[in-house]
Design a binder for this molecule. Structure first.
Ligand code: DGL
Length: 275
């Protein structure tokens, strides 16, 4: 099979990465996608760099068993903590979400003050500051870790007007309002579901979803390597998770914006014990 007809691999620490798949499907409807959600080990956001890097290698190695032509690291935490370290070990392109979001933010900010919300690990990594320093050194980045947001979204608490969500978001966003950022990067797979609630609290602020920003980067990467699928048929998606496939199928719909049809397969990334 020609390389361009091989699938795109996408992985995330759990099901949040489906928000990124949603954007991919809208822009690249004829590509086949293999999605892996590491539901046995989610969340990555409070773990160490060493642990996250080891997980990321296993996630990529799993996708490579499906002969993917490129890997989209949908998870901000994984991209922030591990992409640079693991990139030299792979020949397939690894496309992350951090740099494209920083690039988009640099394009839209007028007052050169950009906020970022993400997991603790993403904020600790300083990946957004590093990317921005390379892209637009005059832009100041103000990161805020928001560890309560992922569990809230996972529990289905993301609807606009939810009093708990509004209270938590108001607390997290207060320092960014004080800093007068005019652009805010939603630097986590789960945050697009909170878009309306965030927009209600920061109505004057440009909101950037890291997933949608990165779709363009993936398209450019594939085009440069002549890897865009030029077929006319609709692509397929295969879902793999490391735990609880039924729960993934049931809850994933709200992240991807449509029912998850077909089966979700359970895989184990554990290496067999040596004899
Ligand atoms: N997928 C992660 C991210 O985008 C959020 C969930 C986690 O902590 O693993 O940062």
């Amino acid at each position: 099979m020609e390389d361009k007809y091989r699938p795109i691999g996408v992985f995330d620490s759990g099901l949040g990465g489906l928000t990124v798949v949603k954007d991919l499907l809208a822009c690249l409807p004829n590509e086949d996608i293999v999605f892996f959600g590491d539901t046995a080990r989610v969340p990555y956001g409070g773990k160490s760099r060493e642990t996250i890097t080891a997980y990321v290698r296993e996630d990529i190695d799993f996708l490579l068993t499906h002969h993917v032509k490129a890997v989209m690291i949908a998870c901000n935490t994984a991209d922030s903590m591990a992409r640079e370290t693991v990139t030299p070990d792979y020949t397939v392109p690894l496309v992350g979400v951090v740099r494209p979001a920083a690039k988009q933010a640099a394009l839209v900010t007028e007052n050169r003050r950009v906020g970022v919300i993400g997991t603790k690990a993403t904020v600790e990594s300083r990946a957004y500051e590093t990317s921005m320093a390379e892209i637009a050194p005059d832009v100041q980045v103000f990161p805020v870790a928001c560890p309560l947001l992922v569990p809230l979204v996972e529990e289905g608490r993301f609807h606009r007007g939810d009093a708990v969500v509004d209270r938590v978001l108001s607390d997290y966003l207060a320092p960014l309002r004080e800093k007068k950022v005019d652009t805010l990067i939603l630097g986590c797979t789960h945050y697009p579901l909170l878009y309306d609630s965030i927009a209600a609290i920061m109505p004057e602020t440009h909101l950037i979803c890291s997933g949608s920003a990165s779709t363009e980067a993936l398209i450019n990467t594939l085009r440069e390597r002549d890897l865009l699928n030029d077929g006319q048929t609709h692509g397929s998606i295969q879902y793999y998770v490391s735990d609880a496939p039924a729960r993934f199928a049931e809850n994933g719909g709200k992240f991807i914006g449509r029912e998850i049809h077909g089966s979700v397969s359970l895989v184990s990334l554990k290496k067999p014990a040596k004899a």
